[in-house]
Ligand binder design. Structure first.
Ligand code: GCB
Length: 646
C-alpha cells in the first residue's frame, strides 16, 4: 500500500510540476547570460596588462576630485602595470599596496572592431566578471555603470557611446574600492586611530570578521561582447523527469522587439536534436533521457545537453546556446536526493586563493584543482565564503561536481549588520547570485551566509526574510546557511532545509584533546537532529598542519594531529551517516592566505593540500575514505579509475 501511495503522490507532484507556472522571479534588469560566442555574438577579452594607480591621498578621494577618468590615467600621475584578472595585493614589493584600503584605478585602451561601430544593429556590452568590492566604470570619460559587491558580474551597454567618435580608441577606466562597512557583504568596519602618541597621522584599519585575506582588484575577466539589438536576454530552465522521459521547462526572454520568432532546439552530446519548440516558454520532452549525475555516482557523470535558442526578426538573428543538465534535487527529513537517489556529500570547502594572483581567475589553478578533487574522490564542494567564478561552475557541470553555492554573507557578527540596509543589500546579492547561477545543474543548494551571529534576536527576522526570498527566486533548490551557533539558540535554523554545522572540537575548543571528539560530535548531531529533524551536513571540520612538522604522539599543528583529528571525526560520521548525516566537507581543500594575526602563520594551514597544491598526509587519509564511500554507495564498476591500492 505504502508503495502504491508514494507512486501516486509522486505522480501528483509531477503533474503539479508540469502545470505550475514558472516560479522563478527575477526582479533585476537583464538576464546577464554568460557571454558566449555564436554565429551572432562575438567576444573580445580585455585581459592582460592595465594601467593602475592607487589613490594614496589621505581621504582617498583625489581621483574623484581631479576626475582621473576624464583623461588617460598616466596623465594624472605615476601608473604601474597591473595584470587583469588578479588581485593587486601580492603583485608588487610594496607593503602599502598589499594592505591598501580605498580606491584604486585601472585603465585600458582598446580598439573596437570597425564593424561593431558601423553596424547599428550591433549591441556592444562591456562586462566585468567581478571586482572587489565597489566599482565605477567609465568609457571615454563617461560613467557607464557602478556596482556594489564583489564575486558577481556586472555590465553596461556602451554601443552609442563608442559610436560618438569612431576614430578614437575606447578608453575604459574602472575605479575599485575594497572598503567594507557594516552594510556591505561581507561586512567590516573602518577604525580610525586618533591617538597621535601611538599612531601616525591618518592611521586607520579595516576590521574584518572573516578568516581570509581581503584581496582586492579586478578578479575575473573583463570583456566586450556583442549581440544583435534584438537579442536573447535570459533563459531559465528547470528540469525534471518521469520514468525515461526528461522534462525541460524553459522560458526565454527577448529584448529589443515586441515580437520575434523563436526556435528552441535541445541537442544531445552528439549534436542530435532530441526536442524542439518555437514558443518562448514551454516544456521540452526528452525520450530516453540521459540524466545529469554527480561524479562517482554514474559511469557518465555530468551529462549535458545543449539548448540552442535561435530568435529572429526580419532583420536580426541571435543565437545563444546554453548547456543543460537534466536532474532533480529533493530533501527529506534524513536524506538529500539527486534524481531520487540518496546523495552523500563527501567533499571539500575551497577558497579562490593562490600565490601571487590572490583571488584572480587562473586557468592552470582551476584545472589543477579539479584534477585534485577527482584524485581525492570528492564529489562536491561548497563555495565558501562567496560565489566562485562562473567558469568554475561550468567545470562542475561538466565533471559532475556538486556545489553548495554560497553568497558572501560571511562575518555577519555585529548586531548593526542585521539592520534594514544590510538586509536589503543581502536580498539584492541573492537576486544577482540566483540570476547568474540558476541554470547550473551542479548547483544543488544555496547558502545565504556563513557563521552569522544567528543567536542574536534580529537574526530571526533577517534569515526568515532572506531564506523566503531565496526560495521565491528559485523554488527548485533547498536553502541553507552555515551555523556554528548553539542549536538551542539558533534563530535561523527553523527556516533552513538542511542544517549545515561547522565545528572545531579539539582545536578551538579543548585544544590538544582529541579524546573529546567522539562525545562532543555525537552530541552535536543528536542535538541538532533532535530539535529540527532535518538532515545535517558537517560543513566544516579540520585542523591546521604545517607540512613536514611531525610528532608522535600527535601534537597540534603536526601532520599526525591533523590525521588523527580527521579520523576521529570520520568514526562518528560513519555512525550518523546511516541515520541523518548527509555529508562531510573538510576545512579546507588547500592552505590559504589570511590577515596577519597571532593565530595565523602566514595564512590558514587547515588545507589537506598546501597552497601550492601538494598533498599533506591528511590528503591520503581523505582520499582513501572518499573512494571507499563512493564505492560503498555505488559499487564503482571498472569504468572509474578506482585506485585499487587504497
Ligand atoms: C570557520 C570559518 C572559516 C575559517 C575556519 C578556521 O569556522 O567558517 O572561514 O577559516 O573556521 O580555520 O578558523
Amino acid at each position: 500500500l505504502s508503495l502504491s501511495l508514494s507512486v501516486c503522490v509522486s505522480a501528483v507532484l509531477r503533474v503539479l510540476w508540469l502545470l505550475s507556472v514558472f516560479g522563478t522571479v527575477l526582479p533585476l534588469d537583464g538576464g546577464m547570460l554568460f557571454p558566449r560566442e555564436s554565429t551572432s555574438r562575438e567576444v573580445k577579452e580585455l585581459n592582460g596588462l592595465w594601467d593602475f594607480r592607487p589613490d594614496g591621498s589621505l581621504n582617498r578621494n583625489e581621483g574623484f576630485e581631479k576626475a582621473w577618468y576624464k583623461r588617460r590615467l598616466a596623465e594624472t600621475g605615476p601608473v604601474i602595470e597591473m595584470p587583469v584578472p588578479a588581485s593587486y595585493n601580492d603583485i608588487t614589493q610594496d607593503p602599502t599596496l598589499r594592505d591598501f584600503i580605498g580606491w584604486v584605478w585601472y585603465e585600458r585602451e582598446v580598439f573596437v572592431p570597425a564593424r561593431w561601430i558601423s553596424d547599428e544593429g550591433t549591441r556592444v556590452v562591456l562586462r566585468v566578471g567581478s571586482a572587489h568590492y565597489y566599482s565605477i566604470v567609465w568609457v571615454n570619460g563617461e560613467k557607464v555603470t557602478e556596482h556594489e559587491g564583489g564575486h558577481l558580474p556586472f555590465e553596461a551597454e556602451i554601443s552609442s557611446l563608442i559610436r560618438r567618435d569612431p576614430t578614437k580608441p575606447c578608453r575604459i577606466t574602472i575605479a575599485v574600492n575594497n572598503t567594507l562597512t557594516l552594510e556591505t557583504l561581507p561586512p567590516g568596519t573602518i577604525q580610525y586611530m586618533n591617538d597621535r602618541t601611538r599612531y601616525p597621522d591618518g592611521f586607520f584599519v579595516q576590521n574584518i570578521y572573516f578568516d581570509f585575506f581581503n584581496y582586492a582588484g579586478i578578479h575575473r575577466p573583463v570583456l566586450l561582447y556583442t549581440t544583435p539589438t534584438v537579442y536573447v536576454d535570459d533563459i531559465i530552465v528547470e528540469t525534471n523527469f518521469m520514468d525515461n522521459t526528461g522534462l525541460v521547462r524553459y522560458k526565454v526572454s527577448v529584448q529589443g522587439a515586441a515580437t520575434a520568432t523563436l526556435k528552441v532546439t535541445l541537442m544531445d552530446k552528439d549534436g542530435h536534436c532530441v526536442a524542439s519548440s518555437n514558443t518562448p516558454s514551454g516544456v521540452l520532452k526528452v525520450v530516453d533521457v540521459k540524466l545529469w549525475w554527480p561524479y562517482l555516482m554514474h559511469e557518465n557523470p555530468g551529462y549535458l545537453y545543449s539548448m540552442e535558442v535561435r530568435q529572429h526578426t526580419s532583420t536580426y538573428e541571435d543565437v545563444y546556446t546554453l548547456p543543460v543538465g537534466i536532474r532533480t534535487v529533493n530533501v527529506t527529513k534524513t536524506q538529500f536526493l539527486i534524481n531520487n537517489k540518496p546523495f552523500y556529500f563527501h567533499g571539500v570547502n575551497k577558497h579562490e586563493d593562490s600565490d601571487i594572483r590572490g583571488k584572480g581567475l587562473d586557468w592552470p589553478l582551476i584545472v589543477k584543482d579539479f584534477n585534485l578533487i577527482k584524485w581525492l574522490g570528492a564529489n562536491s564542494f561548497r563555495t565558501s565564503h562567496y560565489p566562485y567564478a562562473e567558469e568554475i561552475l561550468q567545470m562542475c557541470d561538466r565533471h559532475g561536481i556538486v556545489v553548495i553555492d554560497e553568497c558572501p554573507g560571511v562575518g555577519i557578527k555585529d548586531i548593526r549588520s542585521f539592520g534594514n540596509a544590510s538586509l536589503s543589500h543581502h536580498l539584492v546579492v541573492m537576486d544577482e547570485l540566483v540570476r547568474r547561477d540558476k541554470n547550473h545543474p551542479s548547483v544543488v543548494m544555496w547558502s545565504v551566509a556563513n557563521e552569522p551571529a544567528s543567536e542574536m534576536p534580529p537574526a530571526e527576522f533577517y534569515f526568515k526574510t532572506l531564506i523566503k526570498h531565496t526560495k521565491a527566486l528559485d523554488h527548485t533548490r533547498p536553502v541553507t546557511y552555515i551555523t556554528d551557533s548553539n542549536y538551542a539558540r539558533d534563530k535561523g535554523a527553523p527556516f533552513v532545509d538542511v542544517v549545515c554545522v561547522n565545528s572545531y572540537f579539539s582545536w578551538y575548543h579543548d585544544p590538544g584533546h582529541l579524546e573529546v571528539i567522539p562525545i562532543q560530535l555525537n552530541a552535536q548531531f543528536e542535538n541538532w537532529y533532535g530539535k529540527y529533524k532535518k538532515p545535517i551536513i558537517q560543513s566544516e571540520y579540520g585542523a591546521d598542519a604545517l607540512p613536514g612538522l611531525h610528532m608522535d604522539p600527535p601534537m597540534m599543528f603536526t601532520e599526525e594531529y591533523q590525521n588523527a583529528l580527521l579520523q576521529s571525526y570520520h568514526d562518528v560520521f560513519d555512525q550518523k551517516r546511516k541515520q541523518y548525516v548527509i555529508g562531510e566537507l573538510i576545512w579546507n581543500f588547500a592552505d590559504f592566505m589570511t590577515a596577519q594575526a597571532i593565530h595565523r602563520v602566514v595564512g590558514n594551514k587547515k588545507g589537506i593540500f598546501t597552497r601550492q597544491r601538494q598533498p599533506k598526509a591528511a590528503a591520503f587519509i581523505l582520499r582513501r575514505r572518499y573512494w571507499r564511500l563512493a564505492n560503498e554507495t555505488w559499487r564503482l564498476p571498472p569504468w572509474t579509475k578506482y585506485p585499487c591500492s587504497l
